[in-house]
Design a binder for this molecule. Structure first.
Ligand code: NI
Length: 136
């Protein structure tokens, strides 16, 4: 019997979508306003869902305080009020699209979880646009 435990979190961050090896015109064609050289911001929302067996002693899949602390340390402290392109080494050579951000977030949280737990991350870049990654 497996149960999923979820925690919601939030961070604000700036980014610019572009490739260094493309011309400004080609970047504009593909990324439009997201290629603004002066960057732009989003209010990112994420939902981290951990799935596993219920521990018979504690009744927990994961102590949600532990999940909360992992998200705080790995994601909120690292991403909040940052420029993803300039401040995070993860995006030095990686375009910070929602797709790439959700994979980075998944990898950071997954590395801190017990190996028997499954993880899924849903990342909202806007209230209507969101991406999902579960390690597949
Ligand atoms: Ni954007």
């Amino acid at each position: 019997m497996k149960v999923t435990v979820s925690r919601r979190a939030h961070f604000n961050a700036a980014h610019r979508l572009y490739r260094k090896d493309w011309s400004f015109e080609k970047n504009n064609e593909v990324f439009g306003l997201c290629n603004n050289p002066n960057y732009h911001g989003h209010n990112y929302e994420l939902i981290a869902s951990v799935t596993g067996e219920i521990d018979q002693e504690t009744g927990y899949v994961i102590d949600i305080k532990i999940l909360k602390d992992i998200i705080k340390t790995e994601i909120e402290d690292a991403f909040d009020h940052k420029n993803l392109n300039l401040d995070l080494p993860d995006f030095k050579e990686l375009n910070p699209t929602a797709e790439n951000i959700v994979v980075i977030i998944y990898n950071k949280i997954k590395a801190k979880l017990n190996g028997n737990l499954d993880l899924e991350i849903v990342l909202y870049e806007t209230p209507r646009n969101f991406v999902t990654y579960s390690g597949k």
